[in-house]
Design a protein around this ligand. Structure first.
Ligand code: GRF
Length: 219
């Protein structure tokens, strides 16, 4: 099978992008990253991409009359590289519904919570405020509703009594990286598809999200 061509959307640090690049370089992931696109010209993710010789695109929202116009311009460029899959990896903008529709089933996001719990921002602080014993991250298909698309896979951590939002984020991040790499690996192997509100793996409807093991596999 040919390699999976990705476009990655990132607004910030780009550590999830680095994880994808690292897995590719170690021969663990049959992907080509055709483009890294950002809504922030200063995003570290763009620097990470350039260092790795990956084409980049940065568009500033304030240069466009509205969100729809920005998204049309961004996704026109993304579409030029004909990605098999768009990965939102720390992409902090809500995407307009018609563009989501265009890419439905071909766009995923990594989110730092055990969805459907805690869509949106400040997930670590909200987990602590609610006294949850468990936290985690989810990779899900992007749909028109924010952080509410069908979940493909999750990674879990226990919340400790002395945790802070920062300690939770720090402990979760390495698992996010493994979760994203393993999830993209499913796409590279042609094993995953969106079927309405359901995820199919190897043609079978997933009853609950796959879980990341200590070995970095999904079960
Ligand atoms: C991650 O925590 C991801 O779950 C969230 O934003 C963060 C991005 O981190 N959506 P990075 O830019 O990949 O380092």
């Amino acid at each position: 099978m040919s390699r999976l061509r990705l476009a990655v959307l990132a607004s910030g640090r780009g550590s999830n992008l680095e994880a994808l690049i690292g897995a590719r370089d170690r021969g663990r992931l049959g992907i080509d990253i055709a483009l890294v696109a950002s809504d922030r010209t200063e995003a570290r993710a763009l620097h990470v991409a350039r260092e790795a010789g990956i084409a980049t695109l940065a568009l500033e929202p304030k240069s466009f009359p509205d969100r729809a116009a920005f998204d049309r311009a961004l996704f026109a460029e993304v579409g030029e590289v004909q990605p098999h899959l768009i990965v939102c990896a720390g992409y902090m903008r809500v995407i307009t519904a018609d563009l989501v529709g265009t890419w439905l089933g071909r766009m995923i996001n990594i989110h730092p919570s055990l969805l459907p719990a805690y869509p949106g921002l400040r997930t670590h602080a909200r987990v602590l405020a609610n006294g949850d014993r468990e936290h985690g991250a989810s990779v899900h298909f992007v749909t028109a509703d924010l952080d509410a698309g069908p979940v493909i896979a999750q990674a879990r951590i226990a919340v400790e009594a002395d945790d802070t939002p920062e300690s939770l984020a720090g402990r979760l991040l390495p698992l996010e990286h493994r979760l994203l790499v393993a999830s993209v690996g499913l796409f590279a192997a042609g094993r995953v598809a969106l079927d309405g509100r359901h995820v199919r793996i190897d043609g079978l409807r997933l009853e609950r999200p796959l879980q990341l093991t200590d070995k970095g596999t999904l079960v």
